[in-house]
Design a protein around this ligand. Structure first.
Ligand SMILES: Nc1ncnc2c1ncn2[C@@H]1O[C@H](COP(=O)(O)OP(=O)(O)OP(=O)(O)O)[C@@H](O)[C@H]1O
Length: 839
């Protein structure tokens, strides 16, 4: 292109710099930005103050305008004088214009791009050095530059030097700020905590890692500190690697390599196919030869590059990789949810958890999109731009590069907007699923309160909102596609004009036109894929982010690394000054201390909300006491494994729930190896055997969701039967017989007293007759034990327990005297007036 003389070193240097500087800078920017996104954590990015940022944007705009003015002047000069000498400089000015536009767009677009970093700094330094050398070479070469160009070049160099100075300043400032933060210990905080502090959406709960006792009274709370965590794209990608890379499975790793090779082969075919088409056209143009060999070769290439060739091989190797990742994600997510502690489960929304786990199983889609869409797209793009540049000159290269930059920039803008809409869409869908779960699970409550129409309305509103957000999401996608098609059509027009011009002036053959169209489609196809590819990556990343946040959630109850097996010999329970709160507002246990004797039956009584169930929960380590110690046979329950602790304790909860399975399987759940006979014996002990055998399907009867076909009393008895089958050393009964009649209760008590021999039993009951025979009764009031002793002792003492006992006797007598039915129909029953209204 240039007619510079050999030996004229300044001119040669100018030629090299002009042709290579934009290319090297662009390459550097691309690679550095990718590294930055992948490696640099959000908290480490150096964000500038807005005034400094605006100053930098203005300086960059000056450089940009400088190249623009250069291009206009050179364009004018190209048509009037010394075309061949000026063309190189014109191309340099145009490429630089494009590069600086990209740099400026990168800086002014939203998000992390607003913070400067080494990708920009490097480009500034490269350009400052390049322009400096150019100036020197221009000064040393003949003919000298005219004063207009010189002034423009000087202006650019001064601006570039200032930019480099600012870059150095910012780097120093960032270091000082970072060091200060480190001194304050901020950087030393674990990454998760920093994430928690930074983000505001997720699942995590922070807990004391050591699981040690807090001795600080002010910290006397177990309030789950709900902190939120939303990892960034790079962190999310790093987080999913273990789920997609088949560690230790050589066969699957080979498949990954195979998929990569298939993708590369396919790229090679993409280069060969348009070339072959151009050759066929050129041969046909001569009009004398039938190019059958070329046509067969062309058709074979197309076949090999289709789903009948490389595509089929690629799919065969990808399928096992996809299944492997599905299995890993599904099991990890399920295990994680099951391992989380009670505080997570009481506050979770089942629909949301289900949705998160379900969507996360598509984690392989991220890799699929990256591998099958983004990687081929970037390769195809680079190949197409290079080939078009080499074959049709720098202007064709400029057209393709400009279209690519425009396309990528506009898509990036749209995608970040889409990401927000996607979050909204996920929230709307989770709400919809949640209502579906809640309403169907609580169908009975809705029916009792005649709220079925209300539930229908609630669900319909949620679905309506979901659909609206979905429509917005899809419409934005459509608008983006329209805009991008327009940009592509514009580029195609430019490219066609250029090649047609080159053919018309005899620089190219007709086949070049066909070839250029082939390569153009190779450029536009990946660009269009860019939309789909990045869009699906964006969608899947948002899905996976929630999954990663779920994985980052730490269970509040943890085993110590050196936890031992619990050995229960006597079943002695000891509470020493145990304090506990679920949240900072209310202290539930305020220093509870007691100790049982071996094989003792202990009863907890007291007003509702006094903390009886909480004592059982602490014993079972559903929560950890904020202060004080709990021991079983002298072993602190924090020092033993959860498995051995829970294996030695049998619990009958207040509201037992069953799986939607047969009666037999539900009872066998307590001990999977239990024989049918053991189960029948347990049912005999709770007066259920005859009842179950009388059912049409006997023990094989399905109990419905949560055991809905059983009465409250039957459910409680099944729960007791389970514990009898489990045969643990310690039994906790929380209002276990509150729903059974007194005759059945007496029968169960008899069975339980047989079971209790040599075991420790803790009974929580409101009906005091249930606990009258207990060895020791603890009377609780407002989280404190106010009385303890045997039934008769406490009655004789005439204190709180004795009052409760008298009150119950009075109530029973009154009920017998009045008759329960009559009391229900009492016409003078006072109407419930809400407190506010009453005031
Ligand atoms: N998960 C929880 N989160 C917050 N507060 C809770 C939680 N569970 C229980 N509480 C509160 O702790 C207090 C003690 O509850 P607990 O269940 O121990 O009482 P209780 O004496 O067993 O009552 P009842 O006899 O009615 O079963 C109550 O005020 C209750 O509202």
């Amino acid at each position: 292109m240039s007619s510079l003389k050999i030996g004229d070193w300044p001119s040669r240097a100018v030629e090299v710099i002009q042709s290579q500087l934009p290319l090297i800078s662009a390459l550097y920017y691309f690679v550095a930005s990718s590294i930055r996104v992948a490696l640099v954590k959000g908290s480490q990015q150096n964000t500038l103050s807005s005034s400094l940022q605006n100053g930098i944007i203005c300086l960059m705009a000056i450089v940009l305008v400088g190249y623009g003015a250069d291009a206009v002047l050179l364009l004018y000069a190209t048509f009037s004088q010394e075309q061949h000498l000026l063309e190189d400089r014109l191309v340099f000015a145009l490429w630089s214009l494009l590069l600086w536009t990209t740099l400026l767009c990168g800086l002014t677009s939203s998000g992390h791009a607003r913070s400067l970093g080494f990708p920009h700094w490097g480009c500034w330094v490269l350009y400052t050095a390049g322009e400096g050398v150019l100036l020197f070479c221009h000064w040393a070469s003949r003919p000298r530059l005219n004063s207009g160009y010189l002034a423009l070049q000087l202006l650019r160099i001064v601006t570039l030097v200032i930019l480099c100075g600012l870059a150095a300043l910012q780097s120093c400032l960032a270091k000082i700020i970072w060091n200060n933060r480190c001194c304050r210990g901020e950087a030393a905080r674990p990454l998760l905590q920093r994430l928690h502090a930074r983000y505001n959406n997720g699942y995590s709960t922070i807990t004391n890692d050591s699981g040690s006792n807090s001795t600080n009274e002010s910290d006397d709370t177990h309030a789950p500190k709900e902190v939120h965590c939303s990892p960034g794209a790079a962190e999310t990608l790093r987080g999913i690697i273990p789920f997609v890379w088949p560690t230790g499975k050589i066969r699957l790793q080979v498949f990954y390599v195979g998929v990569g090779l298939c993708l590369l082969t396919s790229r090679l075919f993409n280069v060969l196919i348009p070339m072959q088409l151009g050759e066929i056209t050129d041969i046909l143009k001569t009009g004398h030869v039938f190019p059958w060999k070329n046509i067969v070769y062309y058709a074979s290439l197309r076949l090999l590059n289709s789903y009948g060739g490389v595509g089929a091989l690629q799919t065969c190797m990808w399928l096992p990789l996809e299944n492997e990742s599905y299995e890993k994600v599904a099991t990890t997510a399920f295990n994680k949810v099951m391992d989380l502690s009670c505080d997570f489960h009481v506050s979770k929304e089942s629909g949301k958890v289900y949705d998160t786990v379900f969507r996360a199983t598509g984690v392989h889609h991220v890799i699929q999109s990256l591998l099958f869409q983004i990687f081929p797209m970037v390769t195809d793009l680079c190949l197409a731009i290079t080939i078009l540049h080499v074959m049709f000159g720098p202007y064709m290269g400029l057209i393709t590069a400009s279209i690519t930059v425009l396309f990528v920039w506009s898509s990036g803008k749209n995608l970040s907007a889409q990401r927000e809409i996607r979050q909204e869409y996920i929230a709307a869908r989770q709400k919809d699923v949640n209502i579906l779960f809640e309403s169907t699970t609580n169908w009975q409550t809705a029916t009792y309160f005649n709220k079925i129409p209300y539930e229908k309305d609630r669900y319909s509103c949620a679905v309506n909102h979901h659909v609206k957000v979905d429509t917005t999401y899809k419409s934005s996608f459509q608008v983006m596609r329209m805009m991008q098609s327009f940009v592509l059509a514009l580029g195609l027009l430019g490219a066609c004009f250029l090649v047609a011009y080159q053919i018309s002036v005899g620089k190219k053959e007709v086949g070049s036109f066909v070839m250029s169209i082939g390569y153009w489609s190779q450029l536009s196809n990946p660009l269009q894929f860019f939309v789909n590819g990045f869009s699906s990556v964006t969608i899947n990343l948002v899905d996976v982010e929630n999954f990663i946040a779920l994985l980052n959630t730490k269970p509040s109850i943890k085993e110590k690394p050196d936890a031992r097996q619990l050995t229960v010999q006597y079943g002695v329970l000891r509470f020493d000054d145990v304090r506990f709160s679920y949240n900072s507002q209310q202290k539930v246990l305020k220093g509870v201390s007691f100790e049982t004797r071996p094989g003792q039956t202990l009863a907890l009584v007291g007003a509702t909300g006094s903390g009886k169930t909480t004592i059982l929960k602490l014993l079972f380590r559903l929560y950890d006491a904020s202060q004080g110690t709990i021991e079983i046979d002298g072993q602190n329950i924090r020092d033993v494994t959860l498995q051995s602790l829970r294996g030695n304790i049998g619990v009958v909860p207040q509201d037992p729930a069953l799986f939607n399975d047969t009666i037999l399987n539900n009872i066998r759940y307590a001990k999977l190896s239990a024989t049918d006979e053991e189960i029948h014996d347990a049912c005999r002990a709770v007066n259920l055997h005859d009842q179950f055998t009388a059912l049409p399907n006997g023990y094989q009867t399905m109990v419905g969701e949560r055991g809905v076909i059983l009465s409250g009393g039957e459910l409680q008895r099944v729960a007791i039967a389970r514990v009898i089958v489990q045969n643990p050393q310690i039994i906790l009964l929380d209002e276990a017989t509150s729903s059974v009649d007194t005759v059945t209760e007496a029968h169960i008590q008899k069975s339980l007293s047989r079971v209790a021999v040599g075991r420790t039993m803790v009974i929580v009951a409101h009906r005091l007759s249930t606990v009258a025979k207990a060895d020791c009764i603890l009377a609780l009031k407002d989280g404190k034990i106010i009385e303890q002793g045997a039934h008769q002792e406490l009655v004789n003492a005439g204190g709180y327990y004795s009052q409760l006992w008298k009150q119950q006797l009075l109530d029973e007598h009154a009920n017998v005297a009045k008759g329960t039915d009559k009391s229900l129909l009492k016409p003078e029953a006072p109407e419930f007036i809400p407190q506010q209204a009453a005031e």
